[in-house]
Design a protein around this ligand. Structure first.
Ligand code: AHM
Ligand code: MG
Length: 288
């Protein structure tokens, strides 16, 4: 399947090629650097390297007006106007990069917004992620559908089209630490853990991919110590919310779709919940 919008196709092809390089270049880049990202987290050498690779490639594309990532404080202006004809790209270059230490799965997340950043998720025209698992796959959501590709040598090969969440949920994964969960979320989680199987790997992309494959729910709630939670709306919440909603599921900050949140800040955080609609409805129905 090719993407019908030529700029989006260019973005997806560029990310396909770059992701192959990122995967191969991780060897020797497992250390941390003496820097913090704009969210105050220690950066891995690989975070900065992957961000620079993506920025270099994506800002060259005609029709791209802005590039932003979790790893840099401000938006890179590429000259064209995302509130006009151009698009803006937001990336999490290496989601779950703390998994580098234990050699577990990670991913690259991207969102293509038809508005200047920070933007609402309902201005996305495409979003997806590359999962660096035993094999490299890309999940791509567009206005038309959600597709899965296997990636090899910079090329992507369609392996599944019109992806939808399985109707019967099977797995769940909740981040943040039980002792730090608000009581009402803990009560919900206790209910879910009697119904579904736990799958939590510390990289949202890998955990969401389990939900997309088997059905279920992934959540990173607001915490007692950090009410907005950990995940960032522009780089993580919106793109993943878009993918899961396009696949027939729901996304939520605990109250409403992530895609309807008006952002105030490029790096703002939000509670993130995605999965089968019935489970997200139940989460939202609880008193908070
Ligand atoms: P990152 O983008 O800096 O890697 O942080 C986000 C990651 C998510 O992939 C994952 O869901 C979460 O952090 C895991 O956090 P925790 O270690 O608190 O479980
Ligand atoms: Mg991340």
């Amino acid at each position: 399947m090719t993407v019908s919008d030529p700029v989006v196709e260019d973005v997806v092809s560029t990310i396909s090629r770059t992701a192959t390089e990122i995967r191969q270049g991780l060897v020797g880049r497992r250390g941390t650097v003496d820097e913090e990202n704009p969210s105050g987290e220690t950066q891995a050498e690989a975070d900065i390297w992957a961000d620079e690779l993506l920025e270099g490639r994506l800002t060259e594309i005609d029709g791209i007006g802005e590039y932003a990532s979790e790893e840099r404080a401000t938006v890179v202006d590429c000259g064209a106007d995302p509130d006009g004809d151009a698009y803006a790209i937001a990336c999490d270059p290496l989601d779950g990069s703390s998994n580098l230490k234990s050699n577990n799965a990670m991913g690259t997340i991207f969102g293509v917004y038809d508005a200047a950043l920070p933007a609402r998720g309902d201005t996305l025209v495409a979003a997806g992620y590359v999962l660096y698992g035993p094999i490299t796959t890309m999940v791509l959501a567009t206005e038309e559908s959600v597709s899965v590709y296997e990636m090899s040598g910079g090329e992507r090969r369609l392996v599944q089209s019109d992806v939808t969440l399985p109707e019967e949920p099977v797995v769940y994964g909740f981040g943040g630490g039980v002792s730090n969960w608000p009581d009402e979320f803990e009560a919900f989680a206790r209910e879910i853990e009697t119904e579904l199987k736990l799958r939590y790997g510390g990289a949202m992309i890998a955990d969401v991919n389990q939900v997309l494959t088997y059905g279920g729910i992934f959540g990173y709630p607001g915490l007692e110590s950090r009410p907005a939670g950990k995940l960032r709306l522009q780089f993580e919440g919106n793109p993943i919310g878009y993918v899961v909603e396009r696949a027939g599921g729901r996304s939520s900050n605990g109250h409403r779709s992530l895609l309807t949140i008006d952002p105030d800040d490029l790096h703002e955080r939000t509670p993130v919940h995605v999965g089968n609609a019935e489970l997200i409805d139940r989460l939202e129905d609880r008193p908070t």
